[in-house]
Design a protein around this ligand. Structure first.
Ligand SMILES: Cc1ncc(C[n+]2csc(CCOP(=O)(O)OP(=O)(O)O)c2C)c(N)n1
Ligand code: SF4
Ligand SMILES: [Mg+2]
Length: 291
């Protein structure tokens, strides 16, 4: 028999006084929150040592729902703030929730440099192919030809493949799943958090309100089915031609490798150079009778 009085496991991690979530019903962001809670629960994450950081957007509202320290920063600047935090205190677990617009349009510069530095931050990017919060303008991931309020005749630009972008920029862990893969997503978040370096997890998600409707998709369910049916595993994709991959979303793990991490390098320098320099300076001063 199910115990109906039993509290949902995710409530342990959420600020109950802030519920219900502000998202439209059927929005993919709820699934991402659920997968993140599953991971936190599985790895028994110490929320006191965890800071969630975000910029601006519907997806960037996620940190405010979690019962832990969080910073809701300016649009596109989540990784700049996260970099500062992690550098100041490398013992913190830093997770950034962001959107396709926040991290690859206005925040694109911070994204590539965080990858290049390989700083130990886990980024969960909710890619709904649009600027959901501001009404559906096209974003750097909107597929060519798809509509947005700023592309009423179809997007004339080529989209970024975010996973390819962060892989090329030097991230240590890169994976892509969709909201129809919540278990794989939870596992990827876990792996990303355990990676000593920059981890990027893209979640292809539905925004029916501002992407599905404008693109002639009748219901939220239809949009979710389209996302599910467009997903193709990385292994299958390897044997497919570019033409066959047209309109498909490749899912799976793209990168999982060890490489030097930024804060470790910085603190090594501080330990080896700056502290020693100070000691040498003190010795010199003593000899010269300045102390
Ligand atoms: C400097 C600045 N420019 C523009 C905006 C307006 N703005 C707020 S959210 C947003 C786009 C968010 O898109 P995304 O990151 O994909 O989040 P989503 O809402 O789709 O989850 C924009 C352009 C802003 N808040 N600040
Ligand atoms: S506008 Fe789109 S992204 Fe924002 S809450 Fe609604 S469905 Fe979700
Ligand atoms: Mg978006």
């Amino acid at each position: 028999m199910t115990d109906t009085n039993k509290e949902h496991f995710a409530l342990k991690y959420l600020r109950k006084d802030r519920l219900p979530l502000m998202f439209c019903s059927g929005c993919g962001i709820g699934t991402v929150i659920n997968s993140a809670c599953k991971t936190f629960d599985k790895i028994e994450l110490n929320m006191k040592d965890t800071v969630l950081v975000s910029g601006i957007g519907c997806s960037s509202r996620i940190p405010g729902y979690f019962e832990c320290d969080s910073i809701h920063t300016t649009h596109g600047r989540a990784l700049a703030f996260a970099t500062g935090l992690k550098t100041f205190n490398p013992n913190l677990n830093i997770i950034t929730f962001t959107g396709d617009g926040d991290c690859s349009a206005i925040g694109g510069n911070h994204l590539i440099h965080a990858c290049r530095r390989n700083i130990d931050i886990t980024v969960i990017c909710i890619n709904n192919n649009t600027y959901g919060m501001t009404g559906g303008q096209y974003s750097p991931t909107t597929p060519t030809g798809k509509k947005g309020t700023t592309a009423p005749y179809g997007n004339p630009e080529r989209p970024f493949d975010l996973c390819n972008l962060v892989e090329a920029a030097g991230a240590s862990y890169v994976a892509r799943w969709t909201t129809t893969h919540p278990i794989q997503l939870a596992r990827a978040i876990e792996k990303g958090m355990k990676t000593k370096g920059f981890a990027f997890i893209e979640v292809v998600a539905q925004c029916h309100t501002n992407y599905g409707r404008i693109n002639g998709i009748k219901t939220n369910v239809e949009l979710v089915e389209l996302i599910k049916n467009s997903a193709i595993s990385i292994n299958k994709a390897k044997n497919m031609t570019n033409e066959e991959l047209e309109g498909k979303v490749i899912i799976g793990e793209f990168v999982n490798k060890e490489q030097p991490e930024y804060t470790e390098q910085i603190y090594k320098i501080i330990k080896n150079e700056c502290v020693l320099d100070k000691e040498e300076e003190n010795e010199e001063n003593k000899k010269e009778g300045k102390q």
